[in-house]
Design a protein around this ligand. Structure first.
Ligand SMILES: Cc1cc2nc3c(=O)[nH]c(=O)nc-3n(C[C@H](O)[C@H](O)[C@H](O)COP(=O)(O)OP(=O)(O)OC[C@H]3O[C@@H](n4cnc5c(N)ncnc54)[C@H](O)[C@@H]3O)c2cc1C
Length: 389
């Protein structure tokens, strides 16, 4: 009883005592600060911590690890890649063995079709592509090579990317597969790009329709994010997401800095801004089991506003009665995350919500937010082009 009264008295005294700010713990000096939790940053952090015994602080301004390879389960329960489809491929046994410490794999070879002249044909161009497009029956590599050679147009001096492609496979295939796609993707005509940009035209005379030909091709069995989480799960590593290095660098001390962000930003743009090209990802969930015949379908024609659409279940092997796809819309702007554009898209969202009341469709909420984002970008680009707000 006495102790209860004493406790109560102590609590009263405590409550009456003025609250002083707690003395702040001195910020520790890190052996290394790593900016970015994508492939470059996470591997550096893991190696320094596990192999070098260093104490490492990893910062990422996005709200997650894994950088551009980040994946997550969407509202429908389907594993999707926020920043477009990522397929793991390498010829390095060391790289594959290293990553295998953090994940099991699902064997997967990516295949891409291109919609050209109303047909779906393999991309990169191969013998099947030529047979389907031209109604041919080329049966050997030699026949396909001879056909391509017959279409190729000699170019006196190969200076631009257009020259590279036209001189290898001719103007028609160049225009069907490369011109529109490049103009959409880079905002430049191939005739404005140096020849080094398209140093090699990926055409095949065989019927190999794999997009990559690397020795190791696979997908992390539980997804990329899980693999990165395991990589960064080390007692010597502290991860802080949603933290921009620019905003905290003055309060940090380190011996080594690993910076994997945009290099012009690192120098505070004092040498100018690099001309980045960006993509807006429009995610959609559809009320059907399968949407595409392959993981990705390219749309090289300029009239289609997106460059490609990908269906994640092909990549992940997930079984689900619905399916999620992502459309890639090239954009001249810095990559707008859906989050950072949230407020700006609000106006578009209201208009889209009203339209949605009239036309029920099956896009997920992420899909709708992305459509709002895309709409906002189109709107803002149009306005900035016209000198408006
Ligand atoms: C649409 C698309 C598809 C792709 N498909 C494939 C594929 O199929 N296979 C493949 O191998 N590769 C693919 N890639 C390439 C792959 O995404 C990159 O090679 C890889 O992500 C590079 O890793 P990184 O760590 O260098 O950069 P990132 O993954 O971009 O990571 C850098 C991280 O740094 C963070 N950061 C930057 N600045 C700061 C700062 N100031 N403070 C805090 N954090 C900061 C960023 O938020 C980011 O998370 C694709 C890329 C794109 C865009």
């Amino acid at each position: 009883m006495r102790s209860l009264i004493a406790d109560a008295a102590r609590e009263k005294l405590d409550a009456a005592r003025p609250r002083l700010p707690r003395p702040r713990a001195a910020s520790p000096r890190w052996d290394a600060v790593v900016v970015g939790a994508g492939f470059a940053g996470a591997v550096m952090a893991e190696r320094m911590a596990a192999d070098g015994g260093k104490r490492v602080l990893v910062l990422d301004r996005r709200p997650h690890v894994a950088g551009n390879a980040h994946d997550r389960t969407d509202a429908a329960g389907i594993l999707v890649h926020d920043y477009g489809p990522h397929i793991f491929h390498t010829n390095s046994e060391d790289v594959f063995a290293y990553l295998s410490r953090f994940t099991d794999w699902r064997p997967y070879e990516h295949r891409v079709l291109a919609e050209v002249k109303g047909k779906l044909v393999p991309m990169p161009i191969n013998r099947t592509t030529l047979n389907l497009l031209y109604g041919l029956d080329l049966t050997t590599d030699e026949e396909a090579a001879a056909f391509l050679a017959s279409r190729a147009e000699p170019v006196a001096r190969v200076e631009t990317s257009e020259d590279v492609v036209v001189s290898a496979i001719g103007r028609e295939l160049y225009e069907l597969f490369f011109r529109g796609y490049t103009r959409k993707q880079w905002g430049l005509d191939p005739s404005e790009l140096d020849r080094s940009v398209t140093a090699r035209v990926p055409t095949r005379t065989s019927v190999d329709d794999r997009y990559f030909t690397d020795t190791f091709q696979a997908m992390p069995a539980e997804g990329y994010t899980r693999m990165f989480e395991r990589m960064l799960d080390h007692p010597n590593i502290e991860v802080r997401t949603g933290v921009d290095f620019k905003e905290v660098q003055h309060s940090l001390q380190w011996d080594h800095l690993v910076y994997t962000g945009p290099i012009d930003e690192y120098f505070g743009h004092r040498y100018g801004k690099l001309p980045y090209r960006s993509l807006v990802f429009r995610h959609e969930t559809l009320d059907q089991e399968q949407a595409l015949p392959t993981g990705t379908v390219n749309h090289p024609d300029e009239a289609t506003p997106f460059t490609r659409v990908s269906e994640f279940k092909h990549l992940t092997g997930q079984v689900h009665p619905r399916t999620s796809v992502v459309y890639e819309h090239p954009s001249p702007r810095a990559t707008p995350t859906i989050r950072s554009l949230g407020r700006k898209t609000a106006r578009c969202s209201i208009a889209i919500w009203r339209w949605r009341q009239r036309r029920p469709t099956s896009a997920s909420s992420d899909g709708w937010r992305a459509i709002a984002t895309t709409t906002w970008i189109r709107w803002s680009v149009r306005h900035s082009r016209h000198g408006g707000g």
